[in-house]
Design a binder for this molecule. Structure first.
Ligand code: PLP
Length: 398
């Protein structure tokens, strides 16, 4: 029996089956390649779902973590640490907002953003507690009850009701629909700047600017979820920079720690002092180990000119995927922003994704019909060629 199979069976006997995992056991990584326990090599165009922006086995990143381990890993949030101070200041410098709260995951960042929005409206409206939040169809914000409540996917929600109250859904990229959902109880509008799990849909400029204006006109907070599209993936540090706007609350996670679990919600000027001592907390959030990872990430983004690389390679990836779309009539759309791209098929993509993995290429889906490309941000054009060669071969056999 292969080592892959042996460990898969060992895992399945003890892990709750909430994922239909691919039948490989990953063991280690180097650069943009992963290796399974039987020694097979894979080109990685998934990056642990848009997390491992720097790729794998990066000496400077590894050393920074090792150094922090030898000093201290955790202290709780009752004390200050230098790594946390540094990471918070780097993050506000990167996003242009004011104050950070660190979490351990994306979904917790969304929870914090929702709490912050509700507290703002509560204080403004002298204690009223019936505020509404507008969220988008086909959005994804996480799996905790609060984050799930604003996730526009009934399939994920159904068995877990009742969810939190007073969430209203609107159509993404449809300004009139959002406008029609606003009431005098609306306290926040939450959306991804580029929808990820929902199928890789970037916000249209008129839409997102229009939503920003609606928020300004009605004293509504704009929450932009850049957990997936943020941290350089779009070609800007945060995708909203393309539109000359800022959110009132930003959520980040995924590539923020590049693999060490770390998320954050960041408050803009309007809400920087809304949460007060006692209002929110986390035992681990922003601990020195996790924030040392973020500090290494911010350092290496500069040293390795990560944004420049995204802007060099992304147009090439887009061109190559567009060519595949022209070649195969079962590919119906090619879209995305930066190194976050989707190819939409007229059929479910599961068998294609499995075929790629068999051929040494890791890609993932976004919904049923879309293959998602969210590689490490350090990939080269040669890596794109290598990816396209495998994908083309798999498609030709379909
Ligand atoms: C992944 C993701 C989340 C949830 O993050 P977790 O770390 O899995 O909790 C929320 N929003 C978006 C846009 C995501 O891509």
């Amino acid at each position: 029996m292969s080592k892959n199979k042996e460990i898969m069976d060992f895992a399945e006997q003890a892990i709750i089956h909430t994922y239909n995992r691919f039948p490989i056991v990953l063991d280690h990584g180097d650069g943009v390649y992963l290796y399974d326990v039987d020694g097979k090599k894979y080109l990685d165009f998934a990056a642990g779902i848009a997390v491992c922006a720097l790729g794998y086995n990066v000496p400077e990143y590894n050393q920074a973590l090792k150094d922090q381990i030898d000093k201290i890993i955790h202290v709780s949030n009752l004390y200050y640490t230098e790594p946390m101070a540094k990471a918070a200041n780097s993050l506000i410098a990167a996003c242009g907002l004011k104050k950070v709260f660190f979490t351990n995951s994306g979904t917790e960042a969304i929870e914090g953003a929702i709490k912050l929005a509700r507290k703002y409206a509560y204080s403004r409206d002298k204690g009223s507690t019936d505020h509404e939040i507008i969220a988008m169809d086909h959005s994804f914000h996480g799996r905790s009850i609060g984050a799930l409540s604003v996730t526009g996917n009934p399939h994920y929600q159904e068995a877990f009701k009742p969810l939190i109250d007073k969430i209203v859904f609107a159509k993404y990229n449809d300004l009139e629909d959002v406008k029609s959902k606003i009431t005098d109880k609306t306290c926040a509008i939450i959306m991804e700047t580029v929808q990820g799990e929902g199928g890789i849909y970037p916000a249209q400029a008129d839409f997102i600017k229009g939503v920003r204006k609606l928020c300004d006109d009605h004293d509504i907070l704009l929450i932009l979820d850049e957990i997936q599209c943020g941290m350089g993936r779009s070609g800007k540090m945060f995708a909203y920079e393309y539109f000359g706007i800022k959110p009132d609350i930003l959520t980040a996670a995924k590539a923020l720690g590049c693999g060490v679990p770390l998320g954050a919600f960041v408050a803009g000027e309007k809400v920087e002092n809304t949460l007060e001592a006692g209002d929110h907390g986390s035992t681990y959030g922003g601990n020195p180990f996790a924030t040392a990872a973020a500090n290494a990430v911010f350092d290496l983004f500069e040293k390795k000119h990560v944004l420049e690389n995204v802007n060099t390679v992304a147009p090439y990836l887009a061109q190559k995927l567009d060519e595949l779309k022209d070649k195969y009539d079962f590919i119906v759309d090619s879209r995305g922003l930066g190194l976050m791209r989707g190819l939409e098929f007229s059929c479910p993509v599961g068998p294609i994704v499995s075929g790629c993995i068999k051929n040494g290429l890791i890609v993932i889906s976004a919904g049923t019909n879309v293959i998602r490309f969210v590689p490490p941000l350090v990939i080269t054009k040669e890596n794109v060629d290598e990816m396209v060669e495998v994908l083309d071969k798999v498609l030709a056999e379909m």
